[in-house]
Design a protein around this ligand. Structure first.
Ligand SMILES: C[S@@+](CC[C@H](N)C(=O)[O-])C[C@H]1O[C@@H](n2cnc3c(N)ncnc32)[C@H](O)[C@@H]1O
Length: 215
């Protein structure tokens, strides 16, 4: 994978039009709501959703606080087109681009909060590191990071369930998440107060909500 290539939203095998229906099977309303709780959007907050896909999290945040300024960044024009159709009146800016170019796309230190859901597990380790470094750079001092993604698969049942994601997205890229390495990677990118705030068991493995701060 080069800097300008990426795994598409539904993984390697399914077409984009099935994506929302597949994600709905993951107790999506629960973990997205928990992520929104930790974002706690406020009026005028600039909130960047990295790898926004079909826009579900950005649109939920826009519903919670319509006066927040939401930007959804994704390199895939197909998912951004779906997001645009779903938006119906919500004011989200859909920005084509790679997640490791956030400071160039939006300006360094320009965001109050960065969110990202179900992106890092699909990325090779060096892309995870570049994305986290880019998220750090686009946040203002004191800004917040909220990541919802497949995290540490702690039980044999969750490891087994996670095999379906590993089949779709590849074992090598997904293993660091399953082994519980995300908090360390988030810290290494410069974030402080990194914590796994929530863990939601799903049919495809457990999804964790991680929260961190930029000093
Ligand atoms: C599994 S989808 C998740 C979409 C959405 N965040 C959600 O929660 O439904 C992963 C998304 O990350 C995007 N993506 C993959 N690599 C990326 C990168 N390097 N920078 C930004 N987005 C990326 C893909 O285009 C895809 O839309």
């Amino acid at each position: 994978m080069t800097e300008n290539t990426f795994t598409p939203a539904p993984g390697r095998f399914a077409p984009t039009r099935f994506y929302d229906r597949v994600v709905a099977l993951t107790r999506e309303r629960l973990w997205r709501s928990l992520a929104a709780l930790y974002v706690a959007p406020r009026p005028d907050d600039v909130i960047v959703d990295v790898g926004c896909g079909t826009g579900s999290l950005a649109l939920l945040l826009a519903r919670v606080e319509p006066r927040a300024r939401l930007v959804g960044v994704d390199p895939d024009p197909e998912v951004l087109a779906v997001a645009g159709h779903k938006a119906s009146g919500a004011t989200v800016r859909w920005q084509p681009g790679m997640g490791d170019a956030l400071p160039a796309l939006l300006g360094p230190g320009s965001a109050d909060t960065v969110v990202s859901s179900l992106v890092l597990h699909q990325c090779p380790i060096e892309v995870k590191q570049r994305l986290l470094a880019s998220m750090w750079a686009v946040l203002r001092p004191g800004g917040k990071l909220v990541i919802a993604d497949y995290g540490h698969q702690r039980t044999p049942l969750m490891r087994l369930a996670f095999l379906i994601v590993q089949l779709a997205d590849g074992r090598e890229d997904t293993r660091p998440n399953a082994d519980g390495r995300l908090p360390a990677l988030i810290s290494e990118a410069g974030f402080r107060n990194v914590r796994e705030a929530e863990v939601v068991a799903t049919v495809s493995g457990s999804i964790s909500v991680y929260v961190a701060r930029k000093d």
